[in-house]
Ligand binder design. Structure first.
Ligand code: FRU
Length: 539
């Protein structure tokens, strides 16, 4: 079991044992960030879904608390499923969640803290009139789940929530209005619908400022604001979002670009990342995104090691004012508290086909920031290179082109029998246009046979005058990578057997056939988060 213990993360949020899935009801209250999550108290596979609960002062160090809610009523006896918190202007906290009933129907339920003056919000009360919503006519009893945080209607006198569903294979978001969170009116039609996208789980809906870097509270609307609509597609298990404009009078959301609509366009993350949820952090005026990162080893391995899944490092979300067509995701600044001993390499020349090892102390716990420049002449001289390239299907980092791949290899061993390249790959189409792809290649990430090994990635906008820049957070079995300040993000779960702990190595590489690349890198050893269980034992 020694190998498996190396796979546990050191600074990502994980329960001590067993199965975890979606983040639920994140909020900030009286000095503490609260995270609830889908949890199976009995095993490392999904089931008996209960709300785990933990608190943190800084989103990095955690205190595990007793369960917030367990499946104990007819309306949630098959599971206390995903839900969201709303903080009312008077400070009240409202929690709406999906109950899976005794006869396996999905209903929405209301809960609230027993004692608002308790900063830890230890006790939760389920409303005696639950459920507050049942599937409406025409909606399947198993297609009605995951209520959002509420926002105010245009008159400011009612709250609205949206709930994902589907009609045939069209993914939809239903909207309800309520005054007291106990009784609701369904608004006509859908806020949005996209044919062919199937069931929308864990819908999220929130404003982003077009001119400010701060986040916006969920009810903000009007000029200078765009709205993000996100759906977790049950059919392909990825989180898709789109930027658009919300008309609160008509209660319709229209995507900026119909070709990049929800479910057919942009993803939050091109690796393993699902069932995410944002909340507005009134403490630091930012919007924070949490996401569930599942295992990509076998269920058998999960049972053997006794746990499954981690949460991503929480990410700040904002509108990308430079491109105007995507959001930016960036690890919350608090993660930098874990940094120590910076190692810097400036202007490292990487000729075609070169690999350079970099020396660091804690190679399996790192924060890496790297930028790359391509030598201009080679760039100019290229006629056409790799048009049609796509990370998942173009063979990974071993596939050499004129203008890529180049990047870093993390969690590699001494002989590179294992290693996970995170890289850029530049192409030039027959139309003369350059495009950049950002990829993570797991093909050689592990010598273990029963783990998924794929190449993830997508295009990333690189604007005139920008270097190719990446940041990777490495934490034993997870690598979260951000390109161009968070325009494109890839989360990988990898299961090295040799490149573990101190035996792991980091490399810079340029596997292009034609261009030379100049790299500059900063790396920090990352400490471990302090994650404890309540009540704290006196030492
Ligand atoms: C998403 C999801 C939600 C549901 C929950 C159950 O991963 O399927 O739709 O509420 O998980 O655990």
């Amino acid at each position: 079991n020694a190998i498996l213990s190396w796979q546990r993360t050191a600074y990502h949020f994980q329960p001590e044992h067993n199965w975890m899935n979606d983040p639920n009801g994140p909020l900030f209250h009286k000095g503490w960030y609260h995270l609830f999550y889908q949890y199976n108290p009995d095993s490392a596979v999904w089931g008996n879904i209960t709300w785990g609960h933990a608190v943190s002062k800084d989103l990095i160090h955690w205190l595990h608390l007793p369960f917030a809610m367990v499946p104990d009523h007819w309306y949630d006896i098959n599971g206390v499923w995903t839900g969201s918190a709303t903080i009312l202007p008077d400070g009240q906290i409202v929690m709406l969640y999906t109950g899976d009933t005794y006869d396996v129907k999905q209903v929405q339920c209301l809960a609230y803290p027993a004692n608002l003056s308790d900063p830890l919000l230890l006790d939760w009360v389920k409303y005696s009139g639950n459920p507050v919503l049942v599937p409406p006519p025409g909606i399947g009893a198993k297609d009605f789940r995951d209520p959002t945080t509420a926002w105010l209607s245009p008159d400011g006198d009612k709250w609205r929530i949206t709930i994902g569903s589907k009609v045939n294979t069209t993914g939809i978001s239903l909207v309800y209005e309520t005054v007291d969170f106990k009784t609701y009116d369904m608004l006509d039609g859908y806020m949005h619908a996209v044919p062919g996208t199937g069931m929308w789980e864990c819908v999220d809906f929130y404003p982003v400022s077009m001119s400010e870097i701060n986040g916006l509270d969920t009810s903000v609307s009007g000029s200078g604001v765009k709205h993000v609509l996100k759906a977790s597609l049950d059919d392909d298990k990825n989180d898709y979002y789109a930027l658009g404009v919300y008309d609160p009078i008509e209660d319709k959301w229209i995507p900026d670009d119909p070709k990049l609509d929800v479910g057919i366009g942009l993803r939050y993350d091109y690796g393993k990342y699902y069932a995410s949820k944002t909340f507005y952090d009134q403490n630091k005026q930012r919007r924070i995104l949490w996401g569930w990162i599942r295992e990509t080893d076998s269920e058998y391995a999960d049972i053997w090691k006794g746990w499954a899944s981690v949460q991503s490092i929480p990410r700040t979300v904002m509108f990308d004012q430079k491109t105007g067509s995507n959001i930016l995701q960036w690890p919350v600044s608090e993660v930098e508290e874990l940094r120590s001993e910076i190692v810097e390499f400036d202007n490292v020349k990487l000729g075609p086909g070169s690999i350079v090892p970099l020396k660091v102390d804690t190679p399996s716990q790192l924060d890496i920031v790297a930028s790359f420049e391509i030598d201009e002449d080679a760039f100019e001289g290229t006629v056409e290179a790799d048009a049609g390239y796509s990370c998942p299907t173009s063979g990974g980092a071993a596939n050499r082109g004129e203008l890529g791949p180049f990047g870093v290899i993390v969690l590699g061993d001494k002989t590179l029998s294992e290693g996970t390249p995170i890289y850029f790959y530049v192409t030039k189409g027959t139309n003369g246009k350059f495009e950049t792809h950002f990829c993570a290649d797991e093909l050689r990430s592990s010598l273990a046979p029963d783990v998924d090994k794929v190449v993830y990635g997508s295009k990333v906008p690189v604007l005139h005058g920008e270097k190719y820049s990446l940041r990777s957070l490495v934490d034993h079995s997870i690598v979260e990578s951000f390109a161009q300040g968070g325009r494109t993000v890839i989360t990988s779960r990898v299961y090295p057997t040799r490149a573990v702990d101190g035996a792991a190595r980091v490399y810079l590489f340029n596997n292009a056939t034609k261009v030379s690349v100049t790299a500059s890198v900063k790396m920090w050893n990352m400490g471990s988060a302090d994650i404890r269980t309540f009540p704290l034992n006196e030492q």
